[in-house]
Ligand binder design. Structure first.
Ligand code: UD1
Ligand code: CA
Length: 454
């Protein structure tokens, strides 16, 4: 296999975004536009990525400096041809090169592979699409025999050429050797005074090189982002694709238009996801899972037949089979729930390991805690895990019962079958099988008179 180098142009200003952030760092599905392009390239396998930065280059560099990407600065944006020329010294001499755009995020690896297969010493690949309204794009000019002859930019096109509907997407695949031969021959005597990369096509034809056109599998693959309206439209198009994939694999969505996946979501079958749920990072859900409306699930794993009721937030948590969560539960990082557990409304957990069958049904905070099996935590229980400086752990043995409104001051351990009377403030060990009562005694005062109005 020949080597592959990828050049991603990302030097433009992106004026229409009206933003201090460089356009290519704006996010689609939670990931910078540029990140989508880099990931599509990375899936090709061993390839070398070169990003041409300019406007906002420092921010791009700050984000990608440590990654496996070569960042090249184009100090003046003199055109797409000039941008690729800036990258040329970084290309491997014997590589095939694909030229991509940092603001065209949905290009697929499959299309890149098709592009690369069009490349040889006397052939290059050009990604084109036919549009109902081609205004603004470079037009593909073909000879009588159908061969591509050249690309003319909108501003340089004759009225006849302006009628052509096949346009240049900008994506091109060719060899380093071809780029090195033709790029220096490109001039800037055109309507915009720019060095057009597209002029390579006519130069290639003059040298007898064949130009093979490749079409993307969907229009959104080649759609660019110039403003926030286009970003929002592309976001919905992408989310729709993700929703379709999820439905095709056996998950029902109450409304595919109200589903958001910002990362990877792997799901079994027969799941039901209600409206307005957001999945972020890497989420895995089993089969038979129900997720109620308005839930946020981040970097978590849910087993089979889990029920997540409305308005629940789950982050960096592992949820066992048949667990029932929410409504309005908040599971923070480090929560590990066993099977058949319940975490109910207005319960917050953090670094909480909860054994099978245990229940925290209402209004509690359980943090830095380890609960055995079949523990019942009453409403309003608080683990006091923090003394203002250090965090301490609470351990609760199997089958323990913690009465409502208990305050468990860590470090604390409650043995197996421990029982805490409601309203207790517990700060020392409760041995197995013991009842701990740690609350003030009730006094009943007889003959008490209610206050009266003065
Ligand atoms: C370009 C193509 C046009 C095609 C269209 C598809 C050229 C001359 N024209 O036109 O045929 O139909 O894309 O969208 O290539 N960039 C740099 N440095 C520069 C100039 C541009 O990095 O000096 C980057 C921009 O950030 C942008 C991309 O290249 O992401 C395209 O540049 P732009 O000037 O917008 O080209 P178009 O006029 O859209
Ligand atoms: Ca453009």
């Amino acid at each position: 296999m020949t080597k592959t180098d990828i050049v991603i142009l990302a030097a433009g200003k992106g004026t229409r975004m009206q933003s201090a952030l460089p356009k290519v760092l704006h996010k689609l599905a939670g990931k910078p536009l540029l990140g989508h392009v880099l990931d599509a390239a990375a899936a090709l396998g061993d390839c070398h990525n070169i990003v041409v930065t300019g406007h906002g280059g420092d921010a791009v560099r700050a984000l990608y400096a440590s990654s496996n990407v070569t960042l090249v600065e184009q100090t003046q944006q003199l055109g797409t041809g000039h941008a690729v020329l800036t990258a040329l010294p970084h290309l491997r001499e014997d590589a095939s090169v694909v030229i991509l755009y940092g603001d065209v995020p949905l290009i697929t690896t499959a299309t890149l592979t098709k592009m690369l297969s069009a490349v040889s010493s006397n052939s290059l690949g050009l990604l084109t699409v036919t549009l109902g309204n081609p205004h603004g794009y470079g037009r593909i000019v073909r000879a009588a025999d159908g061969q591509i002859e050249s690309i003319v930019e909108q501003k340089d096109a004759s009225p006849e050429q302006q009628k052509l509907c096949e346009v240049n997407t900008g994506v091109m695949a060719l060899t380093t050797e071809q780029l090195a031969r033709w790029l220096p021959m490109i001039g800037n005597s055109n309507a915009q005074g720019e060095y057009y990369l597209t002029d390579i096509i006519a130069l290639a034809r003059r040298d007898g090189c064949r130009v093979t056109s490749v079409q993307p599998s969907s229009a959104s693959e080649v759609e660019g982002v110039n403003n926030r309206q286009q970003l929002a439209a592309l976001e919905r198009a992408y989310q729709r694709q993700l929703a379709e994939q999820l439905m095709a694999s056996g998950t029902t969505l109450a409304d595919p238009a109200r589903f958001d996946q910002r990362g990877t979501l792997s799901a079994g079958t027969d799941n039901f996801i209600d409206v307005n749920c957001v999945f972020e990072g890497d989420v895995t859900i089993g089969s038979g899972v129900t997720v109620g409306p308005n839930c946020l699930i981040i970097n978590s794993t849910l087993g089979d037949n889990v029920t997540v009721n409305a308005n629940t937030v789950i982050e960096q948590a592992t949820i066992g089979d048949r667990a029932v969560l929410g409504p309005f539960a908040r599971l923070r990082p480090g929560t590990q729930l066993g099977s058949d557990t319940k975490v109910g409304n207005f319960v917050e957990t953090k670094k909480a390991i909860v054994g099978p069958g245990s229940k925290i049904n209402h209004l509690s905070y359980v943090g830095d805690a380890e609960l055995g099996a079949n523990v019942n935590i009453g409403a309003g229980t608080i683990t006091c895990n923090y003394d203002g400086v250090n965090k301490f752990k609470t351990e609760i043995g199997d089958n323990s019962f913690v009465g409502s409104n208990s305050t468990l001051i860590a470090p604390l351990s409650i043995g197996v079958d421990g029982f805490i009377a409601a309203g207790s403030t517990v700060n020392s060990e409760v041995p197995a099988g013991h009842l701990a009562v740690a609350r003030s005694k009730q006094r009943n005062i007889s003959g008490w008179k209610r206050p009266t109005k003065k």
